[in-house]
Design a protein around this ligand. Sequence first.
Ligand SMILES: [Zn+2]
Length: 161
Amino acid sequence: MSQYLVLDTTAFYAGVPYTNTTENLVTTPDVISEVSNERTRTLIALSKINVWQAGPDHYNKVKEAARRSGDNNMTKADMSVLALCLSIAADGNDAILLSDDFAVENVASRLGIKARPLMTNGIKNVSEWVFFCPACGKIYTKQRADCLVCGTKLEKRLKKN
Ligand SMILES: [Zn+2]
């Protein structure tokens, strides 16, 4: 049995130094595309991060759990890491999710996934989420389900400082 640390998008943006570790690090293609910028690309290149994709069965199980708990604002990347945790556990290995995202942690606990908060006291303010309307472009600093202007479902991205 091997132990895997599963990284979500917040784990990347926290700037945790993943280059100097002997742990098995994994993430998903959806997380990579969500966090992809110059800094994270370098981080990924320097790290021994495996990029794996869970099957649709695990993904659907996560989607259902998120729906039931009311965590409707989760991104595809958020759900993909949880699905990957389920997939690793189903193979008889140990998956530990690294996340600072409340919704992700909430759904993880419902699915019996072990989660570890990031060791980022002090650098937690490096980035924060902003919510934006993909239709009209209005920016919201507080999380809400849909746009006050046009009613479109909001998406989130990280505010760069
Ligand atoms: Zn709008």
